[in-house]
Design a protein around this ligand. Sequence first.
Ligand code: FES
Ligand code: FES
Length: 182
Amino acid sequence: MEIDLTLNDDDVTFEAARSDTLLDVLRDNGYTGAKRGCDTGDCGFCTVIVDGEPVKSCIRPISQFDGADVETIENLGTQDDLGPVQSAFVDNAALQCGFCIPGMIMRSKVLLSENPNPDEAEIREALSENLCRCTGYEKIIDAVQDASTRMTGEADVAADGGRVPGDGACSGCDCFEGGVDE
Ligand code: FES
Ligand code: FES
Protein backbone atom coordinates (compact mmCIF):
# COMPACT_ATOMS: atom_id res chain seq x y z
CA MET A 1 0.00 0.00 0.00
CA GLU A 2 1.05 3.60 -0.52
CA ILE A 3 1.01 6.08 2.35
CA ASP A 4 1.13 9.83 1.85
CA LEU A 5 2.54 11.85 4.72
CA THR A 6 3.73 15.31 5.46
CA LEU A 7 6.98 14.32 7.12
CA ASN A 8 9.16 17.01 8.67
CA ASP A 9 7.44 19.59 6.45
CA ASP A 10 7.92 17.62 3.21
CA ASP A 11 5.25 15.74 1.28
CA VAL A 12 6.38 12.13 0.93
CA THR A 13 4.91 8.84 -0.26
CA PHE A 14 6.07 5.56 1.22
CA GLU A 15 5.41 2.01 0.12
CA ALA A 16 4.46 -0.10 3.13
CA ALA A 17 2.97 -3.44 4.08
CA ARG A 18 -0.47 -3.27 5.64
CA SER A 19 0.96 -4.80 8.83
CA ASP A 20 3.69 -2.16 9.18
CA THR A 21 3.58 0.29 12.05
CA LEU A 22 4.43 3.97 11.75
CA LEU A 23 7.77 3.18 13.43
CA ASP A 24 8.52 0.43 10.90
CA VAL A 25 7.95 2.81 8.01
CA LEU A 26 9.97 5.63 9.50
CA ARG A 27 12.96 3.47 10.33
CA ASP A 28 12.82 1.53 7.03
CA ASN A 29 13.05 4.86 5.23
CA GLY A 30 16.03 6.19 7.14
CA TYR A 31 14.30 8.11 9.93
CA THR A 32 16.03 6.23 12.72
CA GLY A 33 15.78 8.96 15.35
CA ALA A 34 12.69 7.30 16.80
CA LYS A 35 13.96 4.26 18.70
CA ARG A 36 12.52 0.78 19.00
CA GLY A 37 12.54 -0.16 22.67
CA CYS A 38 9.77 -2.37 23.98
CA ASP A 39 7.71 -2.45 20.77
CA THR A 40 4.64 -2.82 22.99
CA GLY A 41 3.72 0.78 23.76
CA ASP A 42 5.24 0.82 27.23
CA CYS A 43 8.55 2.72 27.05
CA GLY A 44 7.91 5.74 24.82
CA PHE A 45 11.27 5.48 23.04
CA CYS A 46 9.47 5.57 19.67
CA THR A 47 7.50 8.76 20.35
CA VAL A 48 7.01 11.09 17.38
CA ILE A 49 4.63 13.99 16.89
CA VAL A 50 1.56 13.47 14.72
CA ASP A 51 -0.78 16.37 14.04
CA GLY A 52 0.71 18.13 17.05
CA GLU A 53 0.31 15.27 19.52
CA PRO A 54 2.84 12.76 20.88
CA VAL A 55 2.31 9.29 19.43
CA LYS A 56 3.98 5.99 20.29
CA SER A 57 4.75 4.95 16.76
CA CYS A 58 5.52 1.28 17.52
CA ILE A 59 1.93 0.29 18.16
CA ARG A 60 0.07 2.32 15.56
CA PRO A 61 -0.52 0.82 12.09
CA ILE A 62 0.73 2.97 9.28
CA SER A 63 -2.69 2.75 7.66
CA GLN A 64 -3.99 5.14 10.32
CA PHE A 65 -1.68 7.89 9.16
CA ASP A 66 -2.45 8.44 5.50
CA GLY A 67 -2.46 12.23 5.08
CA ALA A 68 -1.07 12.90 8.57
CA ASP A 69 1.47 15.54 9.52
CA VAL A 70 4.37 13.68 11.16
CA GLU A 71 7.41 15.21 12.83
CA THR A 72 10.45 13.24 13.95
CA ILE A 73 13.48 14.35 15.90
CA GLU A 74 15.37 14.72 12.61
CA ASN A 75 13.38 17.93 12.14
CA LEU A 76 14.52 19.63 15.34
CA GLY A 77 18.16 20.39 14.69
CA THR A 78 21.48 19.11 13.47
CA GLN A 79 24.56 17.94 15.31
CA ASP A 80 26.07 21.39 14.84
CA ASP A 81 22.89 23.37 15.39
CA LEU A 82 20.70 21.69 17.97
CA GLY A 83 17.16 22.80 18.69
CA PRO A 84 16.57 24.42 22.09
CA VAL A 85 15.12 21.31 23.72
CA GLN A 86 17.98 19.21 22.39
CA SER A 87 20.66 21.63 23.58
CA ALA A 88 18.99 21.85 27.01
CA PHE A 89 19.17 18.07 27.37
CA VAL A 90 22.85 18.09 26.38
CA ASP A 91 23.78 21.02 28.60
CA ASN A 92 22.02 19.50 31.61
CA ALA A 93 23.64 16.10 31.12
CA ALA A 94 20.15 14.62 30.94
CA LEU A 95 21.23 11.51 29.11
CA GLN A 96 23.54 8.57 29.38
CA CYS A 97 22.96 5.99 26.66
CA GLY A 98 20.54 8.41 25.02
CA PHE A 99 18.21 5.73 23.76
CA CYS A 100 15.14 7.17 25.46
CA ILE A 101 16.02 10.75 24.65
CA PRO A 102 14.43 11.22 21.19
CA GLY A 103 11.08 10.22 22.64
CA MET A 104 11.63 12.38 25.72
CA ILE A 105 12.49 15.37 23.57
CA MET A 106 9.55 14.96 21.21
CA ARG A 107 7.11 14.69 24.12
CA SER A 108 8.78 17.66 25.83
CA LYS A 109 8.42 19.68 22.65
CA VAL A 110 4.66 19.07 22.63
CA LEU A 111 4.43 19.93 26.34
CA LEU A 112 6.29 23.21 25.86
CA SER A 113 4.19 24.16 22.84
CA GLU A 114 1.03 23.71 24.89
CA ASN A 115 2.40 24.93 28.23
CA PRO A 116 5.48 27.15 27.85
CA ASN A 117 6.12 27.33 31.62
CA PRO A 118 5.35 23.92 33.09
CA ASP A 119 6.06 23.29 36.74
CA GLU A 120 7.83 20.14 37.89
CA ALA A 121 4.63 18.22 38.47
CA GLU A 122 3.39 19.07 34.99
CA ILE A 123 6.68 17.95 33.44
CA ARG A 124 6.63 14.69 35.38
CA GLU A 125 3.05 14.08 34.32
CA ALA A 126 3.80 14.84 30.67
CA LEU A 127 6.80 12.50 30.62
CA SER A 128 5.17 9.77 32.68
CA GLU A 129 4.78 7.48 29.67
CA ASN A 130 8.44 7.81 28.70
CA LEU A 131 10.83 5.57 30.61
CA CYS A 132 14.58 5.92 31.09
CA ARG A 133 16.69 3.02 32.33
CA CYS A 134 19.85 5.06 32.92
CA THR A 135 19.61 8.42 34.58
CA GLY A 136 16.83 8.76 36.99
CA TYR A 137 14.68 11.69 36.06
CA GLU A 138 16.05 14.73 37.92
CA LYS A 139 18.31 15.90 35.11
CA ILE A 140 15.60 15.32 32.54
CA ILE A 141 13.24 17.53 34.57
CA ASP A 142 16.01 20.15 34.84
CA ALA A 143 16.50 19.99 31.08
CA VAL A 144 12.84 20.58 30.30
CA GLN A 145 12.73 23.51 32.74
CA ASP A 146 15.88 24.90 31.11
CA ALA A 147 14.37 24.46 27.64
CA SER A 148 11.27 26.31 28.85
CA THR A 149 13.44 29.22 29.96
CA ARG A 150 15.30 29.30 26.66
CA MET A 151 12.15 29.11 24.56
CA THR A 152 10.29 31.81 26.45
CA GLY A 153 13.18 34.18 25.84
CA GLU A 154 14.43 34.44 29.40
CA ALA A 155 17.74 33.15 28.05
CA ASP A 156 18.75 33.28 24.43
CA VAL A 157 20.12 30.26 22.62
CA ALA A 158 23.47 30.77 20.97
CA ALA A 159 24.09 29.39 17.50
CA ASP A 160 26.32 26.67 18.91
CA GLY A 161 23.61 25.52 21.31
CA GLY A 162 25.29 27.06 24.34
CA ARG A 163 23.54 29.65 26.43
CA VAL A 164 24.13 33.37 26.24
CA PRO A 165 23.98 34.95 29.71
CA GLY A 166 20.62 36.65 30.22
CA ASP A 167 22.26 39.79 31.55
CA GLY A 168 24.42 40.19 28.47
CA ALA A 169 27.58 39.91 30.57
CA CYS A 170 29.49 38.10 27.88
CA SER A 171 33.24 38.45 27.84
CA GLY A 172 36.00 37.23 25.65
CA CYS A 173 34.10 37.32 22.40
CA ASP A 174 31.76 39.40 20.28
CA CYS A 175 29.36 36.56 19.57
CA PHE A 176 26.25 38.64 20.14
CA GLU A 177 25.22 42.24 20.21
CA GLY A 178 26.46 43.82 23.42
CA GLY A 179 29.16 41.23 23.94
CA VAL A 180 32.57 42.51 24.93
CA ASP A 181 35.52 41.49 22.80
CA GLU A 182 38.41 41.35 25.28
S1 FES B 1 9.17 1.17 21.49
FE1 FES B 1 7.25 2.14 21.32
S2 FES B 1 6.58 2.41 23.37
FE2 FES B 1 8.43 1.24 23.54
S1 FES C 1 19.51 7.68 28.82
FE1 FES C 1 19.59 5.52 28.66
S2 FES C 1 17.52 4.86 28.62
FE2 FES C 1 17.45 6.95 29.01
